[in-house]
Design a protein around this ligand. Sequence first.
Ligand code: ATP
Ligand code: MG
Length: 425
Amino acid sequence: MKYKRVKGTRDILPQEWILREVVIDVVRTTAYSFGYGEITTPILEEAGLFIHSVGDASDIVTKEMYTLVDKAGRDLVLIPEGTAGICRAYIESKMTVWPKPVKLFYFQRLFRYEKPQKGRYREFSQFGVECFGSQSPTADAEIISLAHTMLKKLHFSSLTLHINTLGCDACRKEYREALVRYFLSFESTLCEDCQNRLKTNPLRILDCKNPSCKQCVADAPKIHPYLCDVCKEHFQGVLGCLDVLKIPYFVDYELVRGLDYYTQTVFEFISQDLGAQGTVLGGGRYDGLIEKELDGPPTPAIGFAMGLERITMLLETKRTELPLRTIDPMLYIANFGGNTATLSLQIAQDLRQNNMNVLVDLEGKGMKKVFETAEKRNAKYLLVIGEEEEKTGIVSIRNLTTRENKELEISAIPSFFLKGDQNEV
Ligand code: ATP
Ligand code: MG
């Protein structure tokens, strides 16, 4: 083969799309029911947007960005995450003056130069939501409830909600110093990246995947003793609300997230079935991003993103529980001679107008092949039109499951299928 897929990218074939379509339908409908509206932002953005939002010490920015320079010399990226672009659009499209909260959801294709493995690709898709303009713990609980509701509708009961708080700038200052003191005594066992992070952004060390760093992280100080009263109260408020909503959670003191912009609440829904790629959905509050990094007005905000590939992979085993579309034809029309091929298309046209799945033999296959194809394609009914049928206008429709035949006029075919008459055969 001359050309292959670019490493880490995937082709999504029809059977996977049938599942993905259900996911998209469920999450979109659920987001609308929470008052969210859909937004699409470009896949190309300025590189600086991510350096300033996701953070210049994060893995995404330092190692994983697909950067390119366009013909006019602009530094661009294929976006590695959805939030920064939405925040840019929020400011640029003047959504800042809309009544608060402004609630947006998106489907986006993302690009990260990661080591490809199961559930981890270089091009992948996310569904995400962002809620701008509320600082209340109820906003955190509501967005978690949105995630919980849509996952429940997709028949996920075994995903665990991990939740933590990362505090605000004020509580992090002291915490940061405590972390530096702690990690300095292990400096030589940290990976090279983390040795640098010790100087630039010690909180990032907590999220390092390197085994020797992970070991040091296990005993590192946790943020909770350093939380200010406001952050403590906020976190308790969120948990209290989740209790009332009966959304089970696990307070995970080790949960930090890979992007710099998070403040206070962070959360993930984790599956036991995907190994190291167990996080299907992750999010958190980012109150400082719009004002401090993007020069927008002060705007508290919270959001989450869900990986469509991982969620679809988990749904593979639940195919039978879901209202999946079938791509098997209801009717297969074979034809022999004269104008029967055109007549077949004409019959199909009426049925397809009503969304019925009809497969027409376009090649004029022999009778044996016709039966073989109808069976392989899993067609429910077979209609064979020869010159005789064309002349008399009477055809016989065969139910391929019961093997019964029904004679009827060609003009009666639409009502046979569309009015449910076929159930009698
Ligand atoms: P992980 O810890 O697994 O790398 P992450 O924290 O980098 O995840 P986020 O940036 O929060 O992930 O993105 C949210 C979701 O997007 C993840 O929970 C996951 O479902 C999905 N996701 C992230 N990176 C990839 C990838 N490279 N390939 C496929 N899905 C991904
Ligand atoms: Mg990652």
